[in-house]
Ligand binder design. Structure first.
Ligand code: AP5
Length: 208
């Protein structure tokens, strides 16, 4: 019987959660559920949820727990999550973690560890594509996506002041989840300062 793998990716903004989540989901055939991506898609579509979320995201603040918990609970109930999933950017508060524990078990919480000066550089140099690909100006010098050819852009919340606010919010509200998952025996730390391929290999070794 196939083992169900329910994963949570923890890490500061810019730690590399999205980058590694894409690779892990490709390798293990599980859906990549990024609450940030879901919220940004709602902003783009101008839904009531998107209009509300934008007021928080633009300031680097977290969207209220009840809004995000409802979104994730609904998504995890879908058919493609029956054999596992990867949550990227959720949970982000102890309240979200407690809520998640009531509707799903977690196999591993992978914590991607980086230094704060490193994440500022990574975020400042990040360029996104509407297809979901992400690049960094240090290794990619085109303004077009190599997968779909669309023009790359910088996320609104990747401007310097917003990044500082996001890092403060991470330290205060999300970092306590490291102890939370450690106490449950699910925490696995990964050195996110290494290159992308090495980080992926370290994660793959944990997942088996
Ligand atoms: P979200 O979209 O989740 O953003 P984040 O957590 O701040 O994370 P990022 O997407 O910025 O970084 P990442 O770790 O994925 O790094 P990446 O792989 O892109 O959330 C945005 C906002 O939405 C929040 O502020 C909040 O308002 C709201 N929100 C979302 N979820 C919420 C929730 N659960 N509750 C409440 N509110 C919520 O990498 C960054 C860059 O570095 C890229 O350019 C990449 O190419 C490069 N890079 C990656 N790895 C490496 C490496 N090993 N070496 C060199 N470069 C690397």
């Amino acid at each position: 019987m196939k083992t169900v793998m329910n994963l949570v990716f923890l890490g500061a903004p810019g730690a590399g959660k999205g980058t590694q989540a894409t690779r892990v989901c490709d390798r293990y055939g599980i859906p990549h559920i990024s609450t940030g991506d879901i919220l940004r898609a709602n902003i783009k579509a101008g839904t009531p949820l998107g209009v509300e979320a934008k007021t928080y995201i633009d300031k680097g603040l977290l969207v209220p727990d009840d809004v995000v918990i409802g979104l994730v609970e609904q998504r995890l109930g879908e058919e493609d999550c029956k054999n596992g999933y990867l949550l990227d950017g959720f949970p982000r508060t102890l309240e979200q973690a407690e809520a998640l524990s009531k509707f799903s078990d977690i196999t591993y919480a992978i914590n991607i560890q980086v230094d704060s000066d490193m994440v500022i550089d990574r975020i400042a140099g990040r360029r996104m594509c509407k297809c979901g690909e992400s690049y960094h100006i240090s290794w990619y010098n085109s303004d077009k996506c190599q997968k779909c050819g669309s023009v790359l852009y910088q996320r609104d919340d990747d401007k310097e002041d917003t990044v500082k606010a996001r890092l403060e919010v991470y330290e205060k509200q999300t970092a306590p989840l490291i102890d939370y998952y450690n106490s449950k025996g699910a925490l696995r730390n990964v050195d996110g300062k290494k290159g992308m391929e090495e980080v992926f290999e370290d994660i793959a070794e944990i997942l088996g």
